[in-house]
Design a protein around this ligand. Structure first.
Ligand code: PRP
Length: 183
């Protein structure tokens, strides 16, 4: 679905699918240069990263491999607690690998802080982050992100993997959710 299909549910379209595709092409070109010849392992964090992983990996010209983690944040409601339970671990040994974590969004930064510590302890050769979106005003902890698609306002944003109660992940554009949907 695109923004026109759910127009009443959005107050604003922030990025169209064409803008997302163009930005991903730029990031893929950077990653092609930075990881040339190193067969990086792209680590996707389920569920939100499915869209960006699928599009980024196909935009790359270099060889890469993919693996997935499923994690659950301890804590109540929608607030990230930063303490993470691993529901599905990687199948791949990270020792000596060039690992690029692929995320849909960095919100508070707590989830990735925990995850990066966990992955670093597995002795990869390098460990970096690619995030399609980031909310600078929501970040509670500074994270070094090697590749960022777009910075978002600290509002309820859906689409391109970002959900509200499980919905809107399949929205091809990214927009601000209308308050009537969640209030
Ligand atoms: C989202 C996103 C990150 C995390 C970021 O996942 O994919 O993993 O939240 O939040 P933080 O920076 O505040 O820690 P979520 O837990 O919503 O699960 P999902 O990927 O299945 O949507």
């Amino acid at each position: 679905m695109d923004a026109a299909d759910i127009a009443p549910d959005l107050t604003k379209v922030l990025y169209t699918s064409a803008e997302i595709e163009a930005r991903l092409a730029e990031l893929a070109a950077q990653i092609d240069r930075d990881y040339a010849g190193s067969n990086p392992l792209l680590v996707g964090v389920l569920n939100g990263a499915v869209m960006v992983m699928a599009d980024l990996s196909r935009a790359l010209k270099i060889d890469c491999e993919m693996d997935w983690m499923a994690i659950s944040s301890y804590g109540s409601g929608t607030q990230s607690s930063g303490v993470v339970r691993i529901l599905k671990d990687l199948n791949t040994d990270l020792v000596g690998r060039h690992v690029l974590v692929v995320e849909d969004i960095i919100d508070t930064g707590l989830t990735l802080t925990y995850l990066m510590q966990n992955l670093a302890s597995r002795n990869p050769a390098t460990l970096k982050i690619m995030a399609m979106f980031r909310k600078p005003d929501a970040m509670k902890i500074d994270i070094d992100v090697a590749y960022v698609g777009f910075d978002l306002p600290n509002q309820f944003v859906v689409g391109y993997g970002l959900d509200y109660a499980g919905k809107y992940r399949n929205l091809t554009d990214v927009g601000i959710l209308a308050p009537h949907v969640y209030s």
